[in-house]
Design a protein around this ligand. Structure first.
Ligand SMILES: C[S@@+](CC[C@H](N)C(=O)[O-])C[C@H]1O[C@@H](n2cnc3c(N)ncnc32)[C@H](O)[C@@H]1O
Length: 215
């Protein structure tokens, strides 16, 4: 018992010591909630990036369903990936984010590293229509946000990898409804899915589809 208490004492001292060292050396703990919150607040979002409200909605979905393996189609500079990544870190899961533009992939990887999420989120470079079939195993969370006219193609490539109970989110489903009609018809009419269209943010006057895979 005495030896156990001593061991715990040493362990606590080491933990407190390493935190104190970070503070003392002026370094910021990039994995702290406070640092990440600030990083997200100051993130230089472009028109391509997901809105703050939508990104938070994605994170809440990941966390509340305790998702373990996720795919994002279309990373851009990683705003959504950071937000979902925080969720996946909390669930002990992993996110694969797919991006065709090498410059975006570089920026996405750098952003993830800056908040210490590089082990939780993997950026895969290339055309998602080619990289999706290379992903192994089953998935329980999907966020589709690349070429609007190809949403149905992405879904069809992902579908064999989906677990029952998986959640699929599609972005920009109000303003780009015409371009993704095949996708929207399918997820709203298929008996395999429950689907709702939501607006988590008014920023772009747009919305997301959320589909639950029943079987
Ligand atoms: C709307 S942005 C994604 C925003 C991102 N999800 C976020 O949360 O900030 C769409 C991205 O999809 C990428 N993209 C377009 N076609 C693609 C494809 N076939 N495969 C992978 N990425 C693609 C574009 O280069 C662009 O960066």
């Amino acid at each position: 018992m005495k030896r156990y208490s001593l061991l715990m004492l040493v362990l606590c001292a080491v933990l407190v010591g390493s935190k104190a060292l970070v503070v003392y050396s002026g370094q910021q703990d990039k994995t702290s909630d406070q640092f990440r919150k600030q990083y997200i607040k100051n993130f230089r979002r472009t028109m391509l990036n997901t809105t703050v409200g939508d990104a938070m909605m994605l994170r809440i979905l990941v966390e509340s369903m305790k998702a373990k393996r996720g795919i994002e189609v279309g990373s851009a500079t990683g705003f959504g990936a950071i937000n979902m990544g925080i969720g996946f870190e909390r669930t002990g899961g992993h996110l694969y984010t797919l991006e065709i533009d090498p410059g975006m992939v570089k920026a996405c990887r750098e952003n993830l590293k800056k908040v210490g999420l590089e082990k939780t989120v993997t950026c895969i470079e290339g055309d998602a229509l080619k990289t999706l079939p290379t992903l192994k195993g089953k998935f329980d969370f999907v966020f589709i946000d690349a070429l609007k006219r190809d949403y149905f193609k992405y879904l069809k490539l992902i579908e064999p990898k989906l677990k029952p109970g998986a959640v699929i989110v599609g972005d920009n489903v109000i303003r780009s409804a015409g371009a993704m009609k095949d996708f929207l018809d399918y997820i709203q009419e298929s008996p395999d899915y429950d689907t709702v269209i939501i607006r988590a943010s008014m920023e772009k006057n747009d919305g997301m589809s959320i589909s639950y895979k029943i079987r």
